[in-house]
Design a protein. Structure first.
Length: 249
């Protein structure tokens, strides 16, 4: 590298570090930017030495990943978004890697964070009942994943930057499994996969397509725990799902 280029790089890094420090002092905890910027992790002294280059849309090397195990390894001890700060476990996904049907939820709650497995708490029990009692399948026949793989603090909604950081991993899971059907559980799964802001109340029950795969949105099981009167709507959606599922076997 020529001297002029090196000087320009040093000046650029100093500028970014200085700006990051300014943002930190203003209370900002993380900085996202295009590929040529660093994602800065802060410690008490300033920008940490371990700041990573990151692109939320496409992680270098991800296109070389072709199995779920390799994807889990690729994700590693992920620090690509701020949810890493509060999680106990990354909740990758569970089930049949060759499933014909994938359920996609929002993100881990407390029980899932502790166990490292999706849908194992109260909402999870309801989903398991839908699969086992309603659809007469085994939980292990299907695959279950989430939009974000780390628990949002206090179970708040996942934020846009967190969804953007994790979305390539959900897309990769679906690309590897290649299911014939997807059931999007709740607003975040449906809106993320369908790239829409339409409300779940208007999306639910209507077949859509995600990259050539038939997708049906329905209400999230946690919503059903708060609004049991809407279980009949979900049952109607699940019957549509079962009719399509039976065509795949
Ligand atoms: N809610 C979700 O969306 N996912 C889980 O894994 C658990 C609860």
């Amino acid at each position: 590298m020529g001297r002029e280029m090196r000087d320009r790089r040093i000046a650029g890094s100093a500028f970014i570090a200085g700006y990051a420090e300014y943002l930190r002092d203003a209370g900002v905890q993380e900085v996202w930017g295009p590929e040529s910027f660093a994602w800065a992790e802060y410690d008490s002294k300033g920008v940490s030495a371990g700041a990573q280059l990151i692109t939320p849309e496409s992680y270098p090397g991800l296109s070389e990943v072709h199995t779920l195990d390799a994807l889990r390894d690729f994700i590693g001890d992920c620090k690509r978004c701020k949810l890493c700060n509060g999680r106990t476990n990354i909740v990758f996904g569970v089930g049949n890697p060759e499933a014909k049907l994938v359920f996609v939820g929002e993100g881990p709650g407390r029980d899932e964070d502790i166990k490292g497995e999706p849908f194992v708490g109260r909402a999870g029990q309801l989903l398991t009942d839908i699969i086992e009692k309603g659809m007469k399948l085994k939980r292990s026949d299907v695959y279950i994943a989430n939009v974000v793989k780390c628990r949002p603090p206090e179970n708040r909604n996942p934020e846009e930057d967190e969804i953007a950081a994790c979305e390539p991993f959900l897309k990769k899971q679906l690309d590897i499994i290649k299911p014939e059907l997807i059931c999007a559980l709740g607003k975040f799964a449906a809106q993320t996969l369908l790239k829409t802001k339409d409300p779940i109340s208007s999306l639910r029950g209507n077949w859509r397509e995600y990259e050539g795969i038939k997708l049906i949105p329905t209400f999230h099981p946690a919503y059903l725990l708060r609004n049991p009167g809407d279980k009949k709507l979900v049952w109607a959606d699940v019957q549509k799902l079962m009719a399509e599922y039976n065509k795949t076997i």
